[in-house]
Design a protein around this ligand. Structure first.
Ligand SMILES: Cc1cc2nc3c(=O)[nH]c(=O)nc-3n(C[C@H](O)[C@H](O)[C@H](O)COP(=O)(O)OP(=O)(O)OC[C@H]3O[C@@H](n4cnc5c(N)ncnc54)[C@H](O)[C@@H]3O)c2cc1C
Length: 430
């Protein structure tokens, strides 16, 4: 029986492996395997909510083993370190427990078809001090670390007698992650005062959002970017555009003009790259940010048995621009890769991937949602804000849930979510 391995159970990989499991694994037509370095899945666009406590990974994470059991694939916990294309196998690093004791040694798994869906990590562009002093929001573990440090900082503030002290937070990168995190932090601070952090209110937060380019949300139309900028300023965010950070220290961020932006907590969200170990992995073609180059069928340029989807794929559109690293791209690529894997198993021709931009939305926590939508009925893009924008924003996550669980279960999950809003505190408090 042919063996298909998907490495990375994220926004794209988990949708793909679920579909393959249902269609091939369950019917005994192929062996379908998911490999991920984590035990549970959390949709990455929700990580800033984990960082502020608006979401609890313990409650909201989806167990890979349970998903595998329900959908006809098997799950291997492990971190991919290398591919041997001649032997058609992947290598997984040894697994250690929290005390450093080895649980399982290095393993190898053979494949007939391999799908790389490993996502991306933050790119600090080699900026001095960033890896030591800034937190990245690349994984649930990092988002939880930020949350712990944030809660400690708030506790320190609430217990201190100094009147003019503030909680200084700096975020580097005015893209969707930086903008959404900024708004979510103000939401958190307002809710925490109701849970015994009496002194906390939005005035205790000094939040600086730093962007090197001339405006925040550079990938979105100028009007949206101006709207979001205004909203953030009204919340109290110090938005610094045209400001290049050259170093991070334990006191804050140093700019190109030699200014120090003081900060107790710093987040780096200024760009992405595929993980460093992927550079030239197994002699495959990669670009300067380590993404694997693919043909329009999503197969690598040098090996047809390897497909790549999501953020780690370097896929060019007809206009020569790369497909952007977004959840909607990962979702679309998962659908096309599914069709093409089935076609290649049946000896049928493969289809080309065409990226469909449905627009971009930015959610400023409960304060506002802004963005632009694109569709077949409209020419160009249409600006949206408020309730409509919020509904469309949420529907991207609902689509992901439907792909993983089907309509009935997703409906039940929405119901449970509503009930939990009454039962659980608004924020994770521990
Ligand atoms: C805070 C934040 C907010 C965002 N908001 C939005 C948004 O609003 N809209 C939008 O479209 N996009 C958004 N994005 C981008 C979006 O999350 C990504 O484009 C999308 O998740 C990419 O999907 P993927 O499947 O390629 O990778 P991911 O979803 O990142 O999944 C990668 C998976 O691979 C696993 N993995 C990684 N390395 C290894 C390894 N060596 N071995 C085994 N497993 C491994 C990881 O554990 C993970 O499960 C946001 C990103 C962040 C960080």
């Amino acid at each position: 029986m042919k063996r298909i391995i998907v490495v990375g159970g994220g926004a794209g990989g988990l949708e793909l492996v679920t579909k393959l499991g249902r269609q091939l694994g369950r019917k005994g037509k192929a062996e379908v395997i998911l490999v991920d370095r984590n035990r549970t899945h959390l949709w990455k666009p929700l990580l800033h909510e984990v960082a502020t406590g608006a979401m609890d990974t313990g409650m909201d994470g989806l167990s890979y083993r349970s998903q595998a059991h329900n959908h006809g694939f098997s799950f291997h916990l492990g971190t991919l370190t290398d591919i041997d294309r001649d032997a058609k196998l992947i290598k997984l690093a040894p697994l250690y427990d929290d005390h450093g004791k080895q649980v399982v040694g290095e393993r190898t798994l053979n494949y007939d078809t391999l799908v790389m869906a490993l996502g991306s990590v933050s790119n600090d562009f080699g900026t001095k001090g960033v890896s030591e002093h800034c937190i990245f929001l690349d994984s649930p573990q990092q988002a939880e670390r930020f949350h712990d440090e944030l809660m400690n900082r708030f506790l320190q503030y609430a217990e201190s007698d100094t009147v003019d002290e503030k909680v200084d937070i700096a975020i580097v990168g005015g893209g969707a992650t930086g903008v959404e995190l900024s708004a979510e932090l103000f939401n958190a601070v307002e809710h925490l005062s109701a849970y015994g952090f009496k002194k906390l209110n939005r005035n205790c937060l000094r939040l600086t959002l730093v962007e090197a380019g001339p405006r925040i949300l550079p990938a979105l139309p100028e009007r949206i970017s101006a709207m979001a900028h205004k909203e953030l300023r009204e919340l109290g965010v110090d938005v610094r555009v045209g400001t290049m950070v050259v170093e991070a220290t334990n006191k804050g961020l140093k700019t190109k003009t030699d200014e120090l932006i003081p900060a107790d907590l710093m987040v780096w969200a200024a760009g992405i790259k595929a993980p460093d170990f992927m550079k030239d992995i197994a002699g495959l073609e990669t670009n300067r940010i380590n993404q694997l180059a693919v043909k329009d069928t999503l197969q690598t340029t040098r090996d047809d048995s390897i497909f790549v989807i999501g953020d780690c794929a370097f896929c060019l559109q007809a206009d020569g621009k790369p497909v952007p690293p977004r959840a909607q791209s990962a979702h679309q690529m998962a659908s096309l890769a599914y069709d093409n894997i089935i076609a290649s198993l049946n000896g049928k021709p493969l289809k080309p991937y065409v990226y469909k931009d449905h627009g971009s939305l930015v959610n400023l926590s409960r304060y506002s949602t802004v963005g632009s939508l694109m569709g077949n009925l409209m020419r160009g893009s249409m600006m949206v804000e408020g309730r409509i924008a919020r509904t469309v924003y949420v529907s991207l996550y609902r689509m992901h849930q439907v792909a993983l669980h089907g309509y009935t279960r997703t409906g039940l999950m929405m119901l449970v979510g509503r009930i939990n809003r009454f039962l659980r505190p608004r924020l994770k408090l521990h």
